[in-house]
Ligand binder design. Sequence first.
Ligand code: ADP
Length: 539
Amino acid sequence: MMQVPLSVGSLLEHAEKFFPKKEVISQTHDVLHRLNYGEIGQRTRRLMSIMNELGIRKGDRIGTLAWNHHRHLEIYFAAPGMGSVLHTINIRLSPEDIIYIINHAKDKILFIDEDILPLIEHIHTHLKTVEAFVVMTDKAELPDSTIQPLYSYEELLSTGDPTYEFANDIDENQPAGMCYTSATTGKPKGVVYSHRAIVLHSFALGLADTAGLSESDVSMPVVPQFHVNAWGTPFACTWFGSTQVMPGPRFTPKRLAEFIERFKVTITAGVPTIWLGLLRELEQGNYDTSSLRAVLCGGSAAPLGLIKAFEEKHNIPFYHAYGATETTPLVTISRLKSYQQDLTLEEKFQERSRQGILVPGLQMKVVGDSGEVEWNGKEMGELLLKGPWIADEYYKDARSDDAFKDGWFHTGDVVTVDEEGTIKIVDRTKDLIKSGGEWISSVEIENAIMAHNAVFEASVVAIADEKWQERPVACVVLHEGQENAVKKDDIIEFLKPQFPKWWLPDDVLFFEEIPKSSVGKFLKRELREQVKARYSPQG
Ligand code: ADP
C-alpha cells in the first residue's frame, strides 16, 4: 500500500473541499461569529503566511493562551499546517507555572485572548524566548499595553495570503502539538503530540462505539481547547465536517444551556463539575435539550448520581470516558455491549458509571503487586497503556523514567477490570488510603456520598493515623438550603449499608467549596492541607 503521511493540515483541507458550507459558530468577548469551513480555511492560510513572514519556521512552538473560539481553532491548523507546533497553555495555572511552561517549551510567538493580556503584562519580562505577541480581539484598535511587539490578530490576517499552501513535506511522526499536564500532581509535564497520533485519535473519535462523531453532529466542546486539545474534538469535527459551537470566554451554565437549545447541539464534552453546574441550570430554567444525543464526561470520575440525573430527569444520554494528557486523551468509554441490554436499569447504570472498555487501537495491562491482575472486578492494579496515541516520554523531563517503562505508559491510576474488560478507576496511586495494610478507594466513598440528595459534592482524603497509618475523612458540600439538614451521622448512616465498616470515614467535615484544579478536578493536595488546618487550628 501507499505510504502517505498523516498530517493535521490535511484534516482542514478536507473540510475546505467537502464541507465549505458547514459552520463554526463562535462566541468571542463581544461578538457571536458564524464562519464556514471555506472561510476558516482561507483565514488559516492567511495566518500561516503571516507567521511565515514573522519568522516562524518548522518545529517552532506557537503558544496560545485562549478560550474556545474560532481563532483558536484556526491556530490549531495553522501551526501544524506549516510544520510548527501548536502549544496550548492552560490559562488557569498559576503565573509561575505559566512562565515555567512557556520557557520550557521555548515558545516563539504567543496568541493571547484580550482578557488574558493583563496576566501576560504581569509576567512578560520573565519570558525568555517569545519574540512576538498577538492579541485576539474583535476591536479595531489594539488595547493599551507595555508588551512589545504586540500585533492584532485580525489586522495581521487582513494582510495575509488566503491561497498560502499547507506544508507538503510533513513527516507524520514530527510534532504537531504539545500540552502540559494540569499540575494536579506537581510541576506541569509536557506531552508532545505527533501528526500521526492526532489523526489516528481523530479516527477513533469517529467510531460508532466511541463518540461516533460525524458530519451530522453539532459539537460543542466545553472542555477547554487548552486541556488536551478539547479532547481532540476540534480536529475530528473539522475533518468530518461537523458543525462546531465554541462557547468562548468565561461561559456560564446559562450560556451552555442556551447554546444547546439555540444551535441544537447534539454532542458536548466536559468534566463532571461542568455538568453539575449545567444540571443546576436545567433545574432552574426551561430549556429544550432534546437535540443532545451525547454528553461526554471525563477528566475525573463521573458520580453515578450525575449520570442518573441527566438520563432520568432530563432524558440526555450521558457517557463516561477516561483519558489523560499523555493519551491524546481518549482511552476508554463506557457503553453497554449488545448482550448487556438485558441488565436491569440499575445494573446498567452501575455498569456505565465505570470508565468502560478500551477503544480499538490501544493495548492495556493492569499490574498489581504480584504481576498482572485477574479480570474479576476485584483485584486492583496500576493501568499501563500502549498505542499510537499514547506518549512515550515527557518533553525534556527527567520524570519520564518513572512513567514510561518497558514500552508502556504507567498511568498512576489504580483500577479493577471485570470479566467484560470494563475498567473501573479506583483511585490515583497517591490518593489511595492505606488503612491497616489494606487499600481504601477514596473515589468510591466520595461517589457514594454524592448520591445523597442533600449533597452537592464530596471528596475524601486520608489523614495520618497512629494505629492504622491512614484513615479516610469525608469533605462534603451540601446543596443550597440544605446546610442544616444533614449532619455527620446522617452521612455515615447513609454509607453503612454500602461499605465494610473499616471503609467508613472517621469524620465528615462540611465545606462551602472543595478546592479544584485549573481544570475543575478536586485538588486533594490542597484539601488535605485544609483538613489538617481544621484539626490543628493555628494558635
Ligand atoms: P492531571 O494529571 O494533571 O490531572 P490530566 O488532565 O492529564 O491531568 O488528568 C488525567 C487523569 O485524570 C487520569 O490519569 C485520571 O487519574 C483522571 N481521570 C480522567 N478521566 C477520568 C475518569 N473518567 N474517571 C476517573 N478519573 C479520571
